[in-house]
Design a protein around this ligand. Structure first.
Ligand code: ZN
Length: 251
């Protein structure tokens, strides 16, 4: 991908790109404008066509055409890339090295999370007490189904055993935070992260499951000695980037 980026930069001058967003004024060998990233009356935003960069003396904003488009449009690099590529008439060629492996590695993680979501859904289906608790809390059957709400049995290794039977390896399960390592010298090496919890799958914008939020079931929560957190969430992982996820956005 980096070669595409270089090609785009070669073909698109920074002045050309920025002038579709700003009114640029010539200032010697550079250009200046009123900064789009902070409020100002006199121009302190400078663009250098030679270097292909911009710098604002007012707020310190700086970068190249990519950072500019990202920040101006409020989008991520991955979205700015096709936008600028189209402008430049450059085809985006994904880097060959490792990308296929990386993709299949991620695919594996997504499958694991999807399998777990179905597993939790099925578990909930046979838990009448949990279902009636949800109903009492005002969740209709349709809501439960649409949001794929599930249940993680109060058991140390139910999910782990299920996924192992499906051929998953502990390394992947750890990578998405579904299990944890047992730090004690004796006993089983791993245990389920979510136990005795109502499970809310968290999906990315494309609807793929990337993590879970598990809410403790009141009956599994010791009231006198409240050591268990009300909610346990998946950790930040390779597929779960919390800052980029808005719960329910895919819906
Ligand atoms: Zn500024």
């Amino acid at each position: 991908m980096s070669s595409s980026v270089e090609k785009i930069k070669e073909r698109l001058g920074i002045v050309e790109v920025l002038s579709s967003y700003l009114k640029l004024e010539k200032a010697g060998s550079n250009y200046k404008a009123k900064c789009p990233f902070h409020n100002e009356k006199t121009a302190s935003f400078f663009v250098s066509p030679d270097r292909g960069t911009y710098y604002c003396f007012g707020c310190g904003a700086k970068g190249d055409i990519f950072t500019f488009v990202e920040e101006f449009e409020g989008i991520e690099f991955i979205q700015a890339l096709p936008l600028l590529a189209m402008k430049a008439g450059v085809e985006i060629v994904p880097e060959k090295r490792d990308s296929k492996n990386e993709r299949s590695e991620k695919e594996k993680l997504f499958n694991l999370l999807e399998e777990s979501a179905s597993f939790f859904e099925k578990e909930l289906g046979v838990k009448n007490d949990v279902l009636s608790y949800l109903e009492k809390r005002g969740l209709t059957k349709t809501t439960v189904k649409d949001w794929r709400i599930g249940y993680a049995e109060n058991d140390w290794r139910l999910l782990y055993n299920h996924l192992t039977k499906k051929g998953a390896d502990p390394r992947s399960m750890l990578a998405v935070g579904l299990i944890k390592k047992n730090d004690k010298a004796s006993g089983e090496p791993f245990y389920d992260t979510f136990r005795g919890r109502i499970m809310f799958p968290i999906a990315d914008n494309g609807g793929r499951i990337v993590g879970f939020s598990g809410r403790i079931l009141p009956e599994n929560s010791p009231t006198d000695n409240d050591t268990q957190a009300k909610y346990v969430n998946s950790p930040e992982t390779e597929v779960f980037h919390k800052s980029r996820i808005l719960y329910g956005f895919d819906k």
